[in-house]
Write a protein that binds this ligand. Structure first.
Ligand code: ARG
Length: 469
């Protein structure tokens, strides 16, 4: 320990900390970014201490003003020093430089345990707002495409086999609703973070009569923690945020997978643009959807981050333990990743082109087999019998290589006496789609209602991205 190094503890030690422990214990490399929140919560704490009679009003104002000056210095580039153990130590050191003696009174009745929990919660609430905004940007792009794709038909797949025709808008909106649930999960994580730990001290609560509710209001928390042991050791909100990001990552991965497949030459349903694809150093013809592949890959790392925090919390004894210092690495990594991935996925989508001809060409009349069975049901046949009859006709089409809508009527008539000439109307993809106007279905009216519901879900939010015309 050098003469001018700044430490928040040390009196009871006869020898300096080993270099190897310092190196391991130092968290400033990770937690430096908490500084705006540490400054804010320290200002609120100074006011609370003044209310409790621990600080004079003059000392409170000196501390609050000094913290503003610290913030300005950091904004203009002040960096942590070698000896700063963590962001709390750094700000304390800088405050001492700024205002001298009164700074020594700030750390009364609080601990870095309730301090770091408070700062990390504030960071998480702020991150939730930022993630929500970028999810909405992507949802807007999806919705724009949906509006243009209302009457375009595309095969829907189950087991990755052609299943039934749907409106392409219906397909792309399926990804909208996943993201809508993700926004709810992110909001839930923010709500989980919104309980104020400050005032819990190290574990037993603050011994001075500080007005916790005043701090809560100044810092924008919705509730006060009710138990200081729980409050200092609770990282549920980190797990909640990591779960929300993991689900979001999983959804972006599924969206990406659809698009990567549909963008392959084999499918050719979509074409990627220039600004969100990359080339190959060897193969001149290549255009690679990197943003989508990175999005798909990132989901794995986010799942690892979720696993990491759950494993850390799992066997932790009550209260704060230093294991918890490692809550921030996975938290920051997952949030950073989402904030990078979402705009790139949204940008990729904004310049995507849909090839309606290729999509329609992928529809075959066999995909209307269910409609054919429904047709027989409408003539009074049981669905079970109808399913068997249509199955035979499909086999016939498969072995002869003649499409269902090209098979002569005599074959239908021989398969079941209820078939009439109008059977061929039921083999049209448009008719198949048009019949499905149940809420949540792919019929045109249902899709229009769905588009309206999607607009309502987004509300009057400001949007950043437009489709590239
Ligand atoms: N840097 C620590 C963390 O991130 C906060 C300090 C708590 N340290 C302590 N000795 N109680 O969790």
């Amino acid at each position: 320990m050098t003469a001018d190094s700044h430490k928040l503890w040390g009196g009871r030690f006869a020898a300096p900390t080993a270099h190897a422990l310092d190196a391991l214990n130092r968290s400033i490399g990770t937690d430096f970014r908490l500084w705006p929140f540490d400054v804010q919560l320290s200002q609120a704490w100074a006011s609370a201490l003044a209310e409790a009679g621990v600080l004079t009003e003059e000392e409170r104002d000196q501390i609050r003003g000094g913290l503003d000056a610290v913030a300005e210095k950091i904004v203009s580039g002040a960096k942590p020093e070698e000896s700063d153990e963590d962001v709390h130590t750094m700000i304390d050191r800088m405050l001492h430089t700024e205002i001298g003696a009164p700074a020594s009174r700030l750390h009364t009745g609080r601990s870095r345990n309730d301090q770091v929990a408070t700062a990390t919660r504030m960071w998480t609430m702020d991150a939730a707002t930022r993630i929500d905004a970028v999810i909405r940007d992507l949802q807007h792009v999806i919705l724009d495409h949906a509006e243009q794709l209302r009457t375009t038909l595309i095969p829907a797949y189950t087991h990755m086999q052609r299943a039934q025709p749907v409106s392409a808008a219906h397909w792309i909106l399926s990804h909208f609703w996943q993201l809508e649930r993700d926004r709810a999960r992110v909001a839930n994580a923010a709500a989980s973070a919104s309980s104020l730990p400050l005032g819990s001290g190290a574990i037993a609560g603050c011994a001075f009569a500080i007005p916790r509710d005043q701090i809560r209001i100044e810092l924008g928390f919705s509730t006060l923690s009710q138990n200081s042991i729980d409050a200092t050791g609770d990282r549920d909100f980190v797990a909640d945020m990591l779960y929300a990001s993991t689900m979001l990552g999983v959804h972006l991965s599924r969206l990406s997978e659809d698009l990567i497949l549909y963008g392959s030459s084999e499918f050719g349903f979509v074409t990627f643009g220039d600004t969100f694809t990359t080339g190959s150093s060897m193969m001149p013809q290549k255009r690679n959807p990197d943003a989508l592949e990175i999005a798909r890959g990132s989901a794995g790392r986010m799942l690892g981050n979720l696993t990491s925090i759950l494993a850390t919390i799992k066997s932790l004894p009550s209260g704060y333990n230093k294991d918890l210092q490692d809550d921030k690495r996975p938290l920051f990594d997952s949030v950073d990743t989402m904030l990078l991935v979402l705009p790139a996925v949204a940008g990729t989508l904004a310049e995507l082109r849909f090839n309606a001809k290729r999509m329609r060409a992928a529809l075959s009349s066999t995909m209307m087999a269910t409609d054919l069975a429904d047709y027989l049901v409408s003539k009074g046949v049981s669905f079970r019998e109808a399913h068997g009859v249509v199955g035979t006709l499909v086999r016939n089409s498969e072995t002869t290589g003649v499409d269902m809508n090209q098979i002569p009527f005599t074959v239908y008539a021989a398969a079941h006496s209820s078939f009439e000439k109008d059977v061929f109307d039921w083999l049209s993809a448009d008719a198949s789609v048009a019949r499905r106007n149940v809420t949540g279905g792919t019929g045109p009216e249902a899709v229009d209602e769905q588009i309206a519901a999607a607009h309502a879900a987004l509300g009057n939010t400001v949007r950043k991205l437009q489709l590239i015309p």
